[in-house]
Design a protein around this ligand. Structure first.
Ligand code: KIV
Ligand code: ZN
Length: 524
């Protein structure tokens, strides 16, 4: 079967489209929110990875969301940029259309619930009203772009005959992609395969649209369900980097892509993903959000290719295929990621940054290079991960407050004391404070230099690489008047890293204070 799609042209049945929703469904999970600059960086990296569609956000949700979708639409090339909208929301479809107006290729993704439970309790609507909204929503979207996706929210728990009617109505009204989410992660692979096979068989016009899978991971079945959807006829996969998303998350992009590639015998489909960039995307997301994946996470976890037992090590040395079903290099792990040392110069550093996908201004480059030199002095080996952590720290918009220096004295017999120098609105400010341990003293010094009422809601520490000389990666969460922000930092000194995280969070909070509140999204 072949047909003409408005964004992808003539497509064949073996092509699977990768739709990434890290910046929308992923960003909806607590603690994973990103600012404009971070979203732009992620979007550029996703386009470079080869993602077909980037769901950039939900424009009607807030001015900030609108702005980030519009900016991503303006700058991203090579991927379709998609904006989410409620089919029946008052201003949703217009806001989505406005946000993607300048995209090279733009999509409006509209959705409404179709399950009995959601229609009765959430929407308080009769099925016939939902059908009408599907028609008006898709027609309105189609007036703004010819690439329109419609989703049956809670589709997997929708009564089959009604689901067929909804999909038929959406196609008639102009939808070109039909997404059937397992919104609550309840379905099994058998359920999902059956639903897609049924729709493809029963709905008139089904051969002129792309069917799409969107599986949540509440039972840990997100990836398995997605592969089953492919067997049922879905040819678009909605997924996120590291599997982030509402509650237990969405199906993980890297796992699905590598399952298709590794088990091509069972999933004979093509896509555009450059798999050697998967690890880079995973790490970029972790450093941006401050949440590492668990060590045993498939594909991108620290242990995904580590062999501990003697028997396994022996086998891998004789022939890697004995215990490795894919090569570490195929997903971006390098045999040795040792890259630069203290004798490396500016040019090598710049080359390395380019290879890792960073282009930064000369000013930020100078600062990052200085920090790299300091790190190389204190640390025996500097890994790619160290450089990524350091540069991610440097390229952030430090806005009003910048870290200059920190001196801490502490010990088991005396109170900790921190002397901190910050640049606040261009002026150097020095303060000294005591505390219950060095981190507490340093945070007290920040509060004294820049008084504020935000509450410290979370402080976590992890290591960027291994060894006692590894850089510490820290996350600080601040909360003020119901607004929550996360800041990240990295440094060979844990307390300096903590201070960098705190300042990052504080700068984000200052930006957030100036933004307007999101409109209510409760009313459909
Ligand atoms: O899980 C879901 O149902 C969604 C829709 C908005 C597509 O995220
Ligand atoms: Zn979802």
């Amino acid at each position: 079967m072949t047909f003409e799609h408005p964004s992808f042209g003539r497509i064949t049945d073996d092509r699977v489209f990768i739709f990434d929703t890290t910046l929308r469904d992923g960003e909806q999970s607590p603690g994973f929110s990103m600012n404009l600059e971070e979203k732009l960086r992620m979007a550029a990296a996703l386009a470079d990875l080869g993602v077909d569609v980037i769901e950039a956000g939900f424009p009607v949700a807030s001015k900030g969301d609108f702005q980030s979708v519009a900016e991503i639409a303006r700058v991203v090339k090579g991927s379709v940029v998609c904006a989410l909208a409620r089919s029946g929301g008052k201003n949703d479809i217009q806001a989505a259309g406005d946000a993607i107006r300048h995209a090279e290729r733009g999509r409006i993704h509209n959705f409404i619930s179709t399950s009995p439970l959601h229609m009765k309790y959430k929407l308080r609507m009769e099925p016939e009203t939902v059908l009408e909204i599907i028609t008006t929503g898709n027609k309105a979207a189609r007036n703004l772009t010819n690439d329109v996706e419609w989703s049956a929210e809670d589709g997997s728990r929708t009564e089959p005959d009604f689901l067929c009617r909804c999909v038929e109505a959406a196609i008639k009204a102009g939808a070109t992609t039909i997404n059937i989410p397992d919104t609550v992660g309840y379905a099994t692979p058998e359920d999902m395969e059956r639903i897609f096979s049924m729709l493809k068989e029963r709905v008139p016009g089904a051969d002129q649209v792309i069917f799409s899978a969107h599986n949540h991971n509440d039972l840990g079945l997100g990836v398995a369900n997605t592969l089953a959807c492919l067997r049922g006829g879905a040819r678009q996969i909605e997924c996120t980097i590291n599997g982030i998303g509402e509650r237990a998350g969405n199906a993980a992009l890297e796992e699905i892509v590598m399952a298709i590639r590794t088990r091509h015998d069972q999933y004979p489909y093509t896509n555009r993903i450059e798999t050697t960039k998967l690890l880079k995307l995973s790490k970029m997301l972790s450093t941006t959000t401050g949440f590492d994946v668990q060590p045993n996470k498939a594909i991108v976890g620290r242990n995904a290719f580590a062999h501990e037992s003697g028997i396994h090590q022996d086998g891998v040395l004789k022939n890697a295929a004995t215990y490795e079903i894919m090569t570490p290099e195929s997903v971006g792990w390098s045999k040795t990621s040792l890259v630069l040392g203290k004798h490396s110069g500016r040019a090598a550093f710049r080359d390395k940054l380019a290879a890792l996908g960073y282009t930064i201004s000369d000013e930020k480059m100078n600062e990052a290079f200085q920090r790299f030199k300091d790190l190389a002095d204190s640390k025996k080996v500097v890994y790619d991960e160290d450089i990524i952590a350091l540069v991610d720290d440097e390229v952030r918009d430090h806005a009003r407050i910048r870290f200059l220096s920190l001196d801490v004295s502490s010990g088991s017999q005396r109170a900790a004391e921190a002397t901190l120098v910050l640049e606040i609105d261009g002026e150097a400010v020095e303060t000294t404070a005591n505390g219950n341990g060095p981190v507490d003293a340093a945070f007290n010094a920040i509060r004294s230099a820049f008084p504020h009422d935000a509450r410290l809601a979370l402080f976590s520490v992890g290591a960027v690489t291994e060894g006692t000389d590894a850089q510490a990666r820290t996350t600080v969460r601040l909360e003020e008047d119901g607004k929550m922000v996360d800041g990240q930092g990295a440094d060979a000194d844990t307390v300096v890293s903590a201070v960098r995280s705190y300042i990052h969070a504080l700068n984000k909070l200052l930006v957030k204070r100036t933004r307007s509140e999101p409109e209510s999204l409760l009313a459909e």
